[in-house]
Design a protein around this ligand. Sequence first.
Ligand code: G1P
Length: 300
Amino acid sequence: MSNRGAINKAVIPVAGLGTRFLPATKATPKEMLPVVDKPAIQYVVEEAAASGITDVLFVTGRNKESLENHFDRSPSLEQTLAERGAHEMQAKISGLAGLAAMHYVRQGVPMGLGHAVHMAKDHVGNHAFAVLLGDDLVDVSTPVLPEMYAAQAKFGGSILALMEVPEDQIHLYGCAAVEPTDDAHIVRVTELVEKPAPGTAPSNLAVIGRYVIDPSIFGLLENLAPGRGGEIQLTDALAQLIDLPSESGGGVHAVIFRGKRYDTGDKLSYLKSVVSIALDRDDLGPDLRAWLTTYLAGGN
Ligand code: G1P
């Protein structure tokens, strides 16, 4: 069982090839695609930092150098901005490296999300940790990690974030069957299936890309056979944690996320995310809304 206490380490897997966005992602990591004026991954790291994470381990792969550069200091750029009197932007740029202590480990061969998380074993040690998936952006106004930490403090073990999705979309996600607990905000997970075949899903509750995980997951991941898609699936190891006694770090609970989430994992969802986030911004929202209205009515 992990040492209880504040969760301050996050693992962010970013080794994916981003084939859905080719050719844009031939030389640019998909995590660096802009969502308005920030790369998608910056939203995720800012969310982690705002939720108390002080240490981020990126599980990277080939061609991710620009991501490392993004979260590093850039003395010449900072100096140029200072010379031009662009102090606000200079502060934003230099602040990126200070969001958390950033660490990198390379996955080598992309063998699945479970394999990526296993790469974090030595860095994480014997303490519960957070995992944030870069394709899922959670709106700052409705953070979910603090609720998950509270659930972990109360129930121990591992905590998922679940979201109701339409039945015809559940096959795109990990899916959880749950039962109530004495806490109205927290459910106990009784079954987990990675991307259930249509018609076989145990519920319409999808696993979204935020996890608080007990370190006992590492031992399970080591011995896990490949699952869906021939990959080592994190969901399969979490499913094994359900039945493990709590003294061994077992037990899986979840909070039901009802806030705003943006998916940047495929082209249409990505476009919707960019438009929604821009519409929410004071500097762009009003003009964009006015233009969209005219455009959709046939104008330009
Ligand atoms: C991963 C997980 C899946 C989860 C999803 C959330 O799938 O394997 O269980 O529901 O993230 O975004 P992916 O989208 O990487 O295929």
